[in-house]
Design a binder for this molecule. Structure first.
Ligand code: NI
Ligand code: MN
Length: 223
């Protein structure tokens, strides 16, 4: 059974015993919520949603330490390749197959954090389970399409407001996505993105058929 572990802020590790590990938006150094040190993180792939420092974070160092492949937009993948790292470039709307399943880049309404680029989200198929990681984004109506085109088992949504959706917009996102389970992130890292994940959980479970799992940093959920 796949397991997802929250590493604080927007960082997650997805894996399953004996199979490849995928790391999302690895912000470890300077992340006050990080439960692991850089050296403790082992991964095969690193998915980067955009170039802001709280998402691109330590991706290049971890990629080097682990000989891991970065999967991101053409702009970030290109920058990684210039540093001699393994990277696979995709762009919005494109899906690519990998040994573990596939990765599709979705829209995300947010800054790219790198010249010429776009921010993105990801729909990941991992051994038959589908995970949507929204990245940093505003609420947008085409999230409905994401939920229609793929049957999402697990949706990861930012709730901290100010830079991304806040709780109420993220609840609307959950109604669009119709995922079996939802996990909030991008909150309580700093005072400016303070939010109560229990309020989000209560509202999601009142207004949708999804269950909501609040993960303290370092904790995992099997699905
Ligand atoms: Ni950002
Ligand atoms: Mn962010």
């Amino acid at each position: 059974m796949p397991e997802i572990t929250f590493l604080g802020h927007a960082a997650f590790i997805l894996g399953e015993t004996g199979r490849e590990t995928l790391l999302f938006d690895p912000f470890v150094t300077d992340n006050p919520l990080a439960p692991l040190s850089l050296e403790e993180i082992k991964t095969d792939y690193i998915l980067v949603s955009h170039g802001h420092s709280d998402h691109l974070g330590d991706a290049y160092r971890i990629a080097k330490n682990n000989n891991a492949m970065i999967i991101s937009t053409a702009e970030i993948a290109g920058q990684a390749q210039e540093k001699g790292l393994k990277a696979h470039a995709q762009h919005l709307g494109g899906r690519h197959h990998f040994p573990f399943g596939s990765v599709k880049l979705t829209l995300a309404f947010h800054g790219a954090g790198i010249p010429g680029g776009h921010a993105c989200g990801f729909v990941i198929e991992y051994y038959g389970k589908k995970v949507y990681f929204a990245g940093d984004t505003a609420l947008f109506g085409d999230m409905k399409l994401i939920g229609e085109l793929d049957t999402i088992d697990l949706a990861l949504l930012p709730i901290g407001d100010n830079f991304t959706m806040g709780i109420d917009d993220a609840v609307v996102a959950a109604t669009f996505l119709k995922a079996k389970a939802v996990i909030p992130y991008h909150y309580n890292t700093w005072p400016v993105i303070e939010a109560d994940p229990e309020e989000f959980k209560r509202k999601v479970e009142e207004k949708t058929a999804s269950s909501c799992v609040v993960l303290p940093p370092g904790e995992s959920y099997r699905f």
